[in-house]
Write a protein that binds this ligand. Structure first.
Ligand code: DLZ
Length: 508
């Protein structure tokens, strides 16, 4: 009798708890490229190629180190479509006395796993997911009894617990957070490093050949250069620390029409499938600061994303699911414009961001929050539609990370659980942080009129429509005092322009 370990496609970490719990001498593993996983949203083609390639490489590493792995390769005609089908085939083939899996990244997958005990008549053990450093029980313990679940306080606890950027029990450099230093605009200097690119190897080419004609997902494959092995991912980490980290903080929120990456790390796709671990990236980044190779604002900003935001978002996801996915606390009713998929809009900020997303399966956090996110928020898109878009188009997107970021942070649809105010902005913010407006068909200075930047009317209209929810929020007092400075005629003209945009959104 053997145990069956299930390795999910985003859990390719060599410290996967299944590998720790099982014995390669006696037990076996199962992995599969599955129709249901391929189709549950319309994934970017680069995301699929990345996952399948990394899975095939990982499978080889496992086999080379003595594991017996049942591996199901992509077959469009196969009836083996789900994780449950995969397990069923394995238990029919071999005498299995227990199924072991690491906690998945999506609630819908956990539901499948929970059914296995009854379905297969075997005990099922779900182990902690070692891609994260805050156990889910610890997160719930932290959250219990708090009125507001502010990331900043969770993050400080994580700093103390891990010791990252701590000197004698105090925050390194004197402050917990250096975000104020991280909002510079970028005007061409310093020059961003060339991104670390990995030429597709024979495994990637094999995946591409297998998928040809069978995937109609969003996005372009040309230019695929993601790390697909641990070795490559570590090289990408070293490249980031040496070349981009020193300027990462300063220009973290900057955007530029000619620069897809600026000083961003592009490590999230590797972290989120287990090719890199939390400790190895944070160790490398902190060491750069201790060696005087990177400033504290950059290093603190990066470490906050990894041990703070990433762990916090995951904690929220598992604490609030499944009903979190259904929330729509601003009662939005608008459909996602078709141009989110085609990029065919005259708004340069959205066009550039969507085109970069199509090209790269990537956009950086300010493009996600303040461009594609801000439009969806102030236009009033139904949260489920924009959440599915984010889940599909980014190579680093899985439900645990995408849902709270989009539904909570971007769309403010969770009743202020995650963010204390909505991140609504007019064209002025885009103008300040980027050069998009100087290349745009619309005038960012105007709010009404055919050539006025649509973000302006939608922003004021958003504030007017949601006055009841936000007027008493101290962080929005200034915004509402600006609304109150406008006379009735101006407000009426703004609302008319916003109504026109809603009726004609596919043409803007
Ligand atoms: C995203 C994805 C895709 C496209 N395909 C597969 C697959 O064929 N096999 C697999 O094991 N995982 C895949 N994944 C990642 C899964 O959706 C991921 O494991 C779940 O989101 C659960 O965490």
């Amino acid at each position: 009798m053997a145990k069956l370990g299930v390795i999910l496609g985003d859990q390719l970490n060599d410290d996967n708890s299944v590998l720790q719990a099982l014995d390669p001498e006696k037990d076996c593993l199962v992995m599969g490229e599955l129709g249901d996983e391929l189709e549950y949203v319309s994934h970017h083609i680069q995301k699929i190629v990345l996952i399948f390639s990394a899975m095939r490489h990982f499978r080889k590493e496992l086999s080379d180190s003595g594991w017996s792995v049942h591996y199901h390769r992509f077959d469009p005609d196969s009836s083996m479509r789900s994780f449950s089908d995969l397990v069923q085939a394995a238990v029919e083939k071999q005498d299995i006395d227990e199924i072991v899996v690491s906690w998945p990244g999506e609630h819908r997958v956990l539901e499948q796993i929970k059914a296995w005990e009854k379905q297969f008549g075997l005990p099922v053990t779900v182990l902690p997911d070692s891609r994260f450093i805050c156990p889910l029980d610890d997160f719930e313990g932290w959250a219990k009894g708090r009125k507001q679940l502010r990331m900043e306080f969770f993050y400080r606890e994580m700093r103390k617990k891990t010791g990252y950027l701590m000197d004698d029990g105090k925050p390194a450099g004197g402050d917990w957070n250096y975000d104020k230093a991280n909002r510079k605009t970028w005007k061409g200097d310093p020059e961003p490093p060339a991104p670390m690119s990995f030429t597709p190897d024979e495994v990637v080419e094999g995946v591409v050949a297998d998928l040809k004609g069978h995937v109609e997902g969003f996005g372009e494959l040309e230019g695929f250069d993601w790390p697909v092995t641990r070795t490559q991912a570590r090289r990408a980490l070293t490249h980031f620390v040496k070349k981009a980290l020193p300027n990462y903080g300063d220009f973290q929120d900057a955007m530029h029409v000619d620069e897809d990456y600026l000083f961003h790390a592009r490590l999230s796709s590797s972290l989120n499938i287990g090719l890199l671990g939390v400790h190895e990236v944070c160790d490398a980044v902190e060491q750069a600061w201790r060696d005087d190779q990177a400033p504290i604002n950059a290093v603190e900003g990066f470490i906050r994303q990894v041990i703070g935001w990433r762990e916090y978002i995951r904690g929220i996801y598992w604490m609030e699911m499944p009903d979190y996915a259904e929330r729509n606390s601003l009662n939005n009713t608008q459909s996602l414009p078709d141009w989110y998929w085609s990029g065919k809009t005259k708004m340069q900020c959205l066009k550039s961001t969507i085109e970069a997303t199509r090209r790269n399966g990537y956009a950086h956090h300010i493009q996600r929050l303040m461009v594609t996110g801000n439009f969806a928020l102030i236009f009033g898109v139904v949260p489920k539609e924009i959440c599915d878009w984010y889940l599909a188009v980014y190579t680093d997107a899985y439900d645990w990370v995408e849902l709270p970021n989009t539904l909570g942070m971007v769309m403010h649809a969770d009743g202020s659980l995650l963010a204390s105010k909505p991140y609504a902005a007019s064209g002025k913010y885009i103008q300040r942080m980027s050069n998009y407006c100087s290349n745009c068909s619309y005038s960012v200075k105007d709010t009404v009129g055919d050539d006025a930047c649509p973000l302006n009317a939608l922003y004021w209209d958003f504030l007017i429509r949601h006055r009841d929810q936000f007027e008493s929020n101290p962080r929005m007092r200034m915004m509402y005092s600006n609304v109150d400075r406008k006379d009735d005629d101006e407000l009426k003209a703004i609302q008319n322009r916003a109504d026109w945009i809603r009726d004609n959104v596919e043409t803007v």
